[in-house]
Design a protein around this ligand. Structure first.
Ligand code: DGL
Length: 279
């Protein structure tokens, strides 16, 4: 059991920000990552659709043999974590609670800001997690849907990306906040630019998530016994495109293999994993 990989999934390739932190903090663990690139984005979809996709992927991962499931996607963590956990006996975790905890550690008494997709903001998952941990905390939430395409197009350093950030920050109450949650898988890739506009600390959700995963493995006595560097299989539901190269290069993530899986395998995981090398 301990030698099984950790199953991580996301709507696309942004969840590699979380994988990168896992590779840093749990370097010997093997990881199987599913990126649902054929059905990305999740952030503009309904909770019902995201839940259907997330439960399919979790069932697929369970069927392929993983010891724990981590939902790296904020949108899926926000709307589907309970449904995924209800359908598997494996430990399941997400990114919302670690992100909320990391922000509360940075926070004084001012509100905590959250930037995320529309679906995550509408779910109020971060607000609920923060209020559960600190009932007096105030939360300022802003949907920032333009940021994912800018990151996937490698426009992080373009002047117009700063303008888009200002477009979101200036009319909002984010300037009253003293900590910020980057509530979307991709946003850590824009952390420097966001920190420049925000001027205050930004919570490191990927690191907090990797450390929470390590704690879960410890609780379940599930650390790998291997002292080799862990492998990373990236399974995508569509052909790999240039955004995989952009994100993985920017992060420096170590990918062992990339394969395409067919959506029909997600819908019926008992058919078993196959996969062909992607372009
Ligand atoms: N992975 C999604 C998230 O973290 C962002 C991309 C999408 O909208 O699917 O919310």
């Amino acid at each position: 059991m301990n030698s099984l990989p950790i199953g991580v999934f996301d709507s696309g390739i942004g969840g590699l920000t979380v994988v990168n932190a896992i590779q840093e903090h749990l370097p010997h663990e093997n990881i199987v990552y599913v990126g649902d690139t054929a059905r990305v984005p999740y952030g503009s979809r309904s909770p019902g659709t995201v839940t259907e996709y997330a439960t399919q992927i979790a069932a697929y991962l369970e069927h392929t043999g993983v010891k724990e499931i981590l939902i790296a996607c904020n949108t899926a963590s926000a709307v589907a974590l309970d449904a995924v956990a209800a359908r598997t006996a494996l430990p399941v975790s997400g990114v919302i609670v670690p992100g909320a905890e990391a922000a509360l550690k940075l926070n004084g008494s001012a509100p905590i800001g959250v930037l995320a997709t529309r679906a995550t903001i509408t779910s109020d998952a971060y607000r609920h997690a923060i209020e559960h941990l600190e009932p007096a905390a105030e939360v300022v939430s802003v949907a920032t849907p333009l940021l994912v395409p800018l990151i996937e197009e490698d426009c992080m350093d373009e002047p117009f990306t700063m303008k888009v950030l200002q477009h979101y920050f200036e009319p909002s109450r984010l300037h009253e906040c003293d900590a910020l949650i980057l509530g979307c898988t991709h946003y850590p890739l824009l952390a420097d630019q966001i920190a420049r506009v925000f001027g205050r600390p930004v919570a490191d959700t990927p690191t907090a998530t990797a450390l929470a995963l390590a704690e879960s493995l410890r609780r379940h006595d599930a650390f790998t016994d291997s002292s080799e560097t862990g492998s990373l299989s990236v399974l995508l539901t569509d052909d790999a495109d240039r955004s995989l190269g952009i994100v993985s290069r920017r992060l420096g993530v170590r990918i062992t293999e990339t394969r395409k899986i067919d959506l029909s395998e997600l819908a019926a995981p008992e058919n078993g994993p196959s996969g062909s090398p992607t372009a």
